[in-house]
Design a protein around this ligand. Structure first.
Ligand code: HSE
Length: 425
């Protein structure tokens, strides 16, 4: 083995970059020699930091002939993609936490890296500090994974947990989460489910060994969840969570989505609270496993980034083809099912005039659309003499459910379907 220090170039020195810098400091055979940042004069929360290694031109990092591994921590598609491609062309291996780039351009990125015989590792991109990609690719390699159910976004899990415990509205909790720095000023990426959709796209591709296209992933966020839904879910034995799920059958038909879901209080995901992430994998021969832990943050994410760096560094000088099990291999694309053709159980919250026969009307409209009811409960009458009615259906086709909702809203006694949330089966 060559006895030289392995040189790392960082692109980005924000929260995660700072954690990576501090975590790598004690490793004597690895050295961060250059860091690309936006503003070299910004004060850094690192003791005895030598700012001479900073540059405000990230191409200085990827073009530096001394650097062995480039670690990209700026996120977003551009300029990250160009920087990574330039680094690969210049002979560097890549560690990245960039879930958006992987979900949108993963195939192109991995093919490009393979052409230059370089590896791209991305443990930190999905569920932050939870060891997930490396276990799936190595110790679980003998499994056929057929189902994933996961909480992959800490911001939305924090908001839903607070709504649940305080009985507060989405807007009030979001405002508090923004003040405390848990939610971004523009929270769209998290609350509309984009972040979780990026993560489940890549996770399902790795787990199923079939490429999933981001455009085929159904996505719905948490902005319409009401405190009344939280209360009703609790009364019915559930919790509401933003669930990223994926399943695949023997015919290669995949169902990949992100949406709020009523999760039974008897299952582990219902008890994953605040910013914690969790991933439940079902496969053969392993059965069901649930991995949980911090999905973001300076040190948890640094743990995954540094693990990837050390995995690459450990093979330097020993082989010409590093980490074969960690390379991206998939056997074609999955056929993704449209959400309208999926079968689900549903929770509905309906506001109707407090008239005789309204519950019968709801049952009749469901029957006309081939939907059978599991339960129907009137949850009190409001001051305006309208009744709030909660329905749980049996398994039903999504397109039938959507048609039933249109029919409800045409009925003269039904005012509005306030919520339609899918229920864990
Ligand atoms: N914004 C993400 C979350 C963290 O709230 O979980 C980084 O992936």
């Amino acid at each position: 083995m060559e006895n030289k220090k392995i040189k790392i170039g960082l692109i980005g020195l924000g929260t995660v970059g700072t954690g990576v810098y501090k975590t790598l400091k004690p490793f004597e055979d690895i050295e961060i020699t250059k860091i690309g940042v936006k503003n070299i004069n910004k004060p850094r929360n690192i003791e005895n930091f030598d700012s001479s290694i900073l540059t405000d031109d990230c191409y200085d990092v990827v073009n530096d002939p001394e650097i062995d591994i480039v670690c990209e921590l700026i996120g977003g598609v551009q300029p990250a993609f160009d920087l990574i491609k330039t680094a690969i062309k210049n002979g560097k291996h890549i560690v990245t936490a960039n879930k958006e780039l992987l979900a949108k351009h993963g195939e192109e990125l991995f093919n490009f890296a393979e052409k230059y015989n370089k590896v791209v590792l991305y443990e930190a991109a999905i569920a932050g500090g939870i060891p997930l990609i490396m276990p799936i690719k190595t110790i679980m390699a003998g499994n056929k994974i057929s189902k994933i159910e996961a909480i992959l976004n800490g911001t939305t899990n924090y908001i839903l947990t607070k709504m649940d415990t305080l009985g507060a509205s989405y807007q009030d909790v979001l405002k508090e989460a923004q003040e405390l720095g848990y939610a971004e000023t523009d929270p769209t990426g998290d609350v509309e489910g984009f972040d979780a959709a990026y993560k489940i796209t890549t996770l399902a591709t790795i787990a199923f060994k079939k490429r999933i296209k981001l455009d085929n992933v159904y996505r719905e966020g948490i902005t319409k969840i009401r405190s009344q839904d939280m209360k009703a879910a609790n009364d019915l034995g559930y919790k509401i969570k933003l669930i990223a799920s994926a399943s695949i059958d023997e015919n290669n038909n995949a169902d990949v989505r992100v949406h709020p879901m009523l999760i039974s209080q008897n299952t582990p995901l219902a008890h994953i609270n605040y910013v914690t992430n969790a991933v439940r994998l079902s496969g053969h021969p392993i059965g069901d496993i649930t991995l949980s832990g911090p999905g973001a943050g300076e040190f948890p994410t640094a743990s995954s980034v540094v693990g990837d760096i050390l995995a690459i560094a450990a093979e330097f000088g020993k082989t010409d083809y590093l980490l074969p099990m960690m390379r991206c291999r998939h056997e074609g694309n999955a056929n993704c099912i449209n959400i309208k053709d999926t079968v689900n159980k549903y929770y509905l919250s309906i506001n109707a005039k407090n008239n005789k026969g309204v519950i019968g009307t709801i049952g009749k409209i469901c029957a006309e659309n081939d939907i059978s009811l599991q339960s129907i409960v009137q949850r009190g009458v409001d001051e305006d003499n309208t009744a709030n009615i909660t329905v749980i259906t049996e398994l039903a086709l999504e397109k039938n459910m959507r048609r039933a909702i249109e029919d409800f809203e045409k009925d003269k006694f039904i005012n509005k379907v306030n919520s339609m949330i899918r229920v864990q089966v």
